[in-house]
Design a protein. Structure first.
Length: 214
């Protein structure tokens, strides 16, 4: 009965059913597109060294996701709705791009040839085993991180709290940076992923700000 009351008070939790569709779609593509047709690369990628310790901010994406979704759902439903629209539509767009334009990376180093073994290299070996270097551009990791930072910084939770806004963007930025240092993505993937959030800023936030200023 308590769960029913909770869902009635905050029915927007149903948005989270999207994750079922996303995971099935993503891992199906991961299986089907084993050999990408297009390799993503730019000269800057070769100048960025591999650093296994960036697995920490990379994996912190899961904590950012859970924290932002839960806090906005509980405390600021309109901002939660905006986040879901931004993030989930961007994820769908990325998956469609992967289907039409199958792409991948050839950036990952040979861990055995690095000459070092530590917790970071062990975690990266597990990540690379679970996540093939395909379906990378645009980066869903970066697109969703930027969407979460934008939604949180514009929410009631961060209003008049510049430190919280800065922390949200710093965390999201660190996640984006981590994707290139762990060789999970090219700089191009990161730029394309973040760019997907820009139109939503004008669609969801600029209108309201303009109305308030009139």
């Amino acid at each position: 009965m308590k769960l029913k009351t909770l869902l009635t008070a905050r029915p927007h939790l149903a948005y989270q059913l999207f994750w079922v569709l996303y995971l099935v779609w993503f891992f199906t593509l991961d299986r089907l597109i084993s050999t990408p047709k297009y390799i993503i690369w730019c000269p800057l990628d070769d100048r960025i060294p591999f650093c296994e310790w960036f697995f920490i901010p990379y994996c912190s994406w899961f904590f950012l996701l859970a924290g932002v979704l839960a806090s906005l759902w509980w405390c600021d439903t309109p901002s939660y709705d905006k986040l879901c629209k931004m993030m989930f539509s961007g994820m769908i767009f990325c998956l469609v791009v992967y289907m039409i334009w199958p792409n991948g990376l050839a950036l990952r180093p040979d861990l055995a040839a690095l000459g070092r073994e530590n917790l970071g290299t062990w975690v990266m070996s597990l990540l690379w085993r679970a996540d093939s270097p395909t379906n990378v551009c645009p980066s869903i990791h970066c697109q969703s991180s930027a969407a979460m930072a934008l939604a949180f910084s514009k929410s009631a939770l961060a209003k008049h709290r510049p430190a919280l806004k800065a922390a949200a963007w710093l965390w999201a930025g660190l996640i984006c940076v981590s994707t290139v240092f762990t060789k999970q993505h090219s700089v191009i993937d990161v730029a394309c992923g973040v760019a997907l959030v820009i139109p939503w800023y004008f669609i969801l936030y600029c209108r309201g700000e303009n109305k308030q200023s009139v």
